[in-house]
Design a protein around this ligand. Structure first.
Ligand code: TYM
Length: 334
């Protein structure tokens, strides 16, 4: 069988966390280890500026995201790693596709509603049209599969709709490839350590709500110690977790890190108290995250190395993207 063409992106907004890792980057690494796949991983800096960024911090965060990819296990020699703004075709195709996408489709996007909040009138147009840029990212590279966390599912459905409409409108069957989302069945949505009903997120003000991939051992242990639980003992049956979001989230994190099922983890900790479970959870977290954190710290000091990776990635990505853009322009009639 032919390999997959993988494309995915991560915003360089700092504080990459356990949700990014377990929901997406862990999957990037597995896919990139399969030599039959072609993988492109993009630092989506154009997406990042949909909310205000400090220009100096943004530059550092772009490099830190590259460092995180590598520290997690993505080989920059075998895979394309680049930043979105270095390939101007992304912005151009986003415009072309924004003439295909419909207002009604965008109005349904729940992430915009959540992020814009009550003050929708003051949100940037970029925040609103953000999923169109995301579609441009994917469609420029003929990606067949897009690994993401659960929160990006709706954006991928929109991308599929846009591709199909473009192909129909211009009578170019299969010109834009309709991509498949790759969302893990379990643990595709890691929740906040302070509230099991809220997504773990880099924009949450409390740092105690997430494990950052740059946290050291002490921080990890402390955050797990302080994480929210409930007054009961750990359950004997997975079904009991429905009403217990914090227990479900912590057991989910444990399962994902140990490559186990939720069912198996529930059996392992059946009837135990949280403090015992938290000790074990901290241990597996430290084992997994500490080496990543140390490697990120090491890599971010080598700006030259990271910039070279971005430059190589830029050259390779530009070549693919400019060819696709050219064909698209011809189809449109330019
Ligand atoms: P971003 O930067 O918010 O997140 C990067 C990846 O991490 C996943 N993720 C989570 N998964 C599980 N639990 C969580 N709490 C959690 N938080 C984040 C996200 O689902 C994502 O896969 N729009 C995208 C970036 C993007 C992109 C693309 C992705 C731009 N263009 C093209 C794929 C293809 C975003 O903002 O991700």
């Amino acid at each position: 069988m032919m390999g997959k063409k993988i494309f995915s992106g991560v915003q360089p907004t700092g504080n990459l966390h356990l949700g990014n890792y377990l929901g997406a980057i862990k999957n990037f690494v597995e896919l990139s280890n399969d030599d039959s796949n072609d993988c492109i991983f993009c630092v989506v800096d154009l997406h990042a500026i949909t909310s205000k960024q400090d220009p100096i911090k943004l530059k550092d965060n772009i490099r830190e995201t590259v460092a995180t990819f590598i520290a997690c296990g993505i080989d920059p020699k075998k895979n394309i790693i680049f930043n979105q703004s270095s390939v101007s075709a992304h912005s151009e195709v986003a415009w072309l596709l924004s003439c295909v996408a419909r207002m009604g489709w965008l109005n349904r996007m729940t992430q915009f509603k959540e992020k814009a909040g009550k003050d929708k009138e003051k949100a940037s147009i970029g925040l609103y049209s953000y999923p169109i840029l995301m579609a441009a990212d994917i469609l420029l590279y003929d990606a067949t599969h897009v690994p993401v966390g659960e929160d990006q599912k709706q954006h991928l459905e929109l991308c599929r709709d846009i591709a199909q409409k473009f192909n129909n409108d211009f009578g170019v069957d299969d010109f834009l490839k309709v991509p498949e989302p790759l969302i893990q069945k379990e643990f595709s949505r890691i929740m906040s350590l302070k509230d099991g009903t809220k997504k773990m997120s880099k924009s949450e003000p409390s740092d105690l709500s997430r494990i950052n991939l740059t946290d050291n051992e002490d921080l990890i242990i402390n955050k797990i110690k302080k994480s929210k639980t409930d007054p009961l003992l750990l359950p004997s049956d997975v079904n009991e977790l429905k009403e217990r979001p914090e227990a479900k989230n912590l057991l989910g994190i444990y399962s994902s890190l140990t490559n186990s099922s939720l069912d198996k983890s529930v059996k392992e900790f059946n009837g135990k108290n949280f403090s015992e479970f938290k000790k074990k959870l901290s241990q597996v977290l430290v084992e997994k995250i500490s080496p990543i954190s140390k490697e990120i710290q090491k890599l971010i000091n080598d700006k030259g190395f990271l910039d070279k990776i971005l430059l190589d990635g830029h050259k390779k990505a530009s070549y693919i993207a400019s060819n696709k853009l050219k064909k698209m322009q011809e189809i449109i009639g330019f």
